[in-house]
Design a protein around this ligand. Structure first.
Ligand code: ATP
Ligand code: MG
Length: 490
């Protein structure tokens, strides 16, 4: 069924159409300076396509929540959800085919990145049977896929960028059509912008944005100068779902109201000066509520404190004996196992776990320096995979480690978990158990890690008569007992 969405009018008075099926395959980038009408355009597109296709809107300002009343979108207030909750919500949205607005209003920048990434991860990682067509609209996309450095935790930035890259680069097969809008093309990650084949370019002032736009559209820079003079609501359209040659479009009216429209001018109330003084400067109530928008106090910089407090290393100590080494490692493992005994710990960022670990090492006065981040990561992988000393003592284990080392670092934990089950003859871990080793609560992530490792030729999976899963470790041929892929994470 070919469906065309009417965006507005062309200069010749004909309707400007957007081919919805083509859009699903080729994605869309909207760019233009503040106030040029990007959000209005997205709203027109969402309203006109709502009857035909499922939609998810990543909405940093809460502009789109009014779609709920007229078109029945579910509004998810991200501020009230955990990241884990949002992964699940993303999966369920796909399973039940519900259109949603993820309202990120009132969440700080880093929180917006983390929550949007969690939700997109859920949408992306859902089982294949739920890969149905869906528009995923991201307004202010430069917030989630910034081109340069931003002042948030590196791992939050990476997670958000990865989710946006997945959406734009690998979404098509999963039925996901990314539609992203940005004020500043130059601030959007290049690889994310480059995956869109359709463009709607609005008024653009800055040379650097103009140059990027010309580059993407394959235009001369001089031709791109026309973007400067576009009025509000006018866009140049180009791409397989829009037009073969640049086409001027005047975006039409919308049915729902934007909460993003700037307030209009209005006369000031006439307040006598004394009254104004009393109104503005009266004593604060005892328990003044904290303004929502203030950023949370930054956490104390534990690393800096630790570095300052650590005594300088004495000149030359004799290298520790093998026995001392083994003792130290055991102590490190002990500390790490205590931290990981909290069931939620597996889902915390590695950086936070590392800080926790360093602090505990100090408190427990462990000899030697705490592990640096890469070494800590390796040890954490072992702990998450449930590797015990008795397993490490088994003759098979060195071979398992050797095979694991051939895989990318972020898949090694999953492999070791499977190898452990196979060596011990335990049931094959479930998708959720595999996801947990990766720090995720998404079944889909667990399953895709398993599929990845199988594709690398490191394992082979097969079902038994009861549809339970058996994994064989290729090479040594160790085999897990049958396990239920759908089981809880244990
Ligand atoms: N095609 C249009 N027809 C009528 N009004 C429009 C049109 N496009 C935009 N507007 C109005 O112009 C104002 C700014 O538009 P909009 O909020 O869509 O801009 P924007 O590009 O999203 O800006 P920002 O980047 O700051 O979010 C809004 O009040 C909107 O209703
Ligand atoms: Mg806007």
């Amino acid at each position: 069924m070919a469906v065309s969405i009417d965006l507005g009018l062309r200069d010749n008075g004909q309707p400007a159409l957007l081919d919805l099926e083509e859009l699903l395959a080729t994605r869309l980038l909207v760019q233009g300076n503040s106030g040029c009408g990007k959000s209005h355009l997205l709203r027109r597109l969402l309203e006109r396509s709502a009857p035909f296709v499922q939609q998810a809107v990543i909405d940093p300002e809460g502009d789109f929540t009014s779609l709920a009343d007229r078109f029945g979108h579910l509004v998810i207030d991200a501020a009230e959800q955990t990241e884990q909750g949002l992964v699940l919500a993303g999966e369920r949205v796909r399973q039940h085919r519900v259109s949603v607005v993820l309202n990120l209003e009132g969440v700080d920048v880093e929180g917006q990145m983390r929550r949007a990434a969690a939700f997109l991860d859920g949408i992306f990682a859902v089982e294949r049977q739920f890969w149905t067509p869906m528009l995923v609209v991201v307004d202010e996309a430069q917030l989630f896929a910034p081109g340069g450095g931003v002042e948030v935790a590196e791992e939050a930035r990476r997670g958000s960028l990865a989710a946006m890259t997945d959406l734009m680069c690998r979404g098509r097969k999963r039925g996901l059509a990314g539609i992203i809008a940005t004020q500043r093309l130059a601030k959007l990650a290049k690889n994310v912008a480059a995956e869109a084949s359709n463009f709607l370019m609005g008024r653009t002032f800055l040379d650097i944005d103009m140059a990027r736009a010309a580059d993407l559209l394959g235009m001369e820079k001089r031709q791109a100068e026309m973007f400067r003079d576009l009025e509000r609501g006018r866009f140049m359209a180009l791409g397989p779902a829009l037009a073969r040659r640049p086409l001027a479009v005047r975006v039409g009216a919308v049915e729902t109201e934007s909460r993003g429209a700037g307030p209009g001018l209005m006369p000031l109330p006439e307040t006598p000066r004394e009254e104004a003084h009393a109104l503005i400067l009266k004593a604060a109530p005892a328990e003044a509520p904290r303004p929502r928008r203030l950023p949370a106090a930054p956490p104390p910089d534990l690393l800096a404190q630790l570095a300052a407090a650590r005594p300088a290393a004495p000149a030359a100590l004799p290298p520790p004996s093998a026995e001392e080494e083994a003792g130290r490692r055991r102590a490190q493992l002990g500390v790490l196992r205590t931290i990981m005994a909290d069931p939620q710990a597996a889902f915390r960022p590695v950086l936070a776990l590392h800080q926790d670990y360093q602090l505990r090492c100090r408190i427990e006065m462990l000899p030697g320096r705490p592990l640096d981040l890469p070494a800590f990561r390796r040890l954490l992988t072992l702990v998450l995979a449930g590797v015990t000393e008795s397993l490490e003592a088994r003759p098979e284990w060195p071979l398992a480690l050797e095979h694991a080392a051939a895989l990318p670092e972020d898949r090694q934990g999953a492999y070791l978990l499977l190898a452990r089950a196979a060596i011990e003859g335990a049931p094959c871990p479930s998708d959720l158990a595999i996801a947990r080793v990766l720090g995720s609560v998404s079944r889909g992530r667990g399953r895709s890690a398993l599929e990845f490792i199988e594709k690398q030729g490191a394992i082979a999976c097969r079902p038994d008569a009861a549809s339970r899963r058996i994994v064989t470790i290729i090479g040594p041929g160790w085999e897990t007992a049958p396990g239920d892929p759908e089981a809880a994470a244990a």
